[in-house]
Design a binder for this molecule. Sequence first.
Ligand SMILES: [Zn+2]
Length: 217
Amino acid sequence: MNRHFNQQERDLIKLAGFFKNQSIKLMEKGMLGEEHKTVQEAVDRFLEHMDSHVNTRAFILDQHEYLNKLVKDNARCPKCLSSEKLKVIGTDKNEKGWKSNRYKCRKCNIEFTWNLPNNPWHMIEYIQEMLIQMRAKVDDTSTAEDARVEALETIDNMESNLNKLKPVIDAHDREYRELQARESEMERLMHEFKNSLTIEKIKMDTWDNRQKLKHNK
Ligand SMILES: [Zn+2]
């Protein structure tokens, strides 16, 4: 069975498998007509659809995990200014809701939160905000000339980072949102499929029992 199935999906696959075996048996005994084959084909088609859905889902969730870990800090201890004895001990949220990594320096025995977001979503917001500040600095007539040149360079770098990062994240976010929509649609379809399987199964059982009763008479 596909390892990406969740419990609900696994249960449904089992039910469908049971249904299929049962109908094959009945068909072999001649108790179900050829027309029942179309029901079986519909079951197979649905199972294939489920299979491809969960594979896509696994792929997008993997990508989400990967992107979530995309931002690599070059954190340094504020006391010894080294990164050698740092250990990530958790995450912290600032007042804007941006998540950052929290570190412990084992040399200085202090804990601190790194001042940059630890994920691309918050990093994009951070860069956008920094750009606004930097542009204001450039526009400010009281800014010294070398500070202005420095700010312009920073703007260039930040814009180029943003132009690389944002399209990737935007494309993923779109796929992720579409996945959520397909997930709810799939849940509805699974519910319907389960109901119709149950009805078919009751029909088959009734048939089977009736035949047994006839034989016993
Ligand atoms: Zn330190």
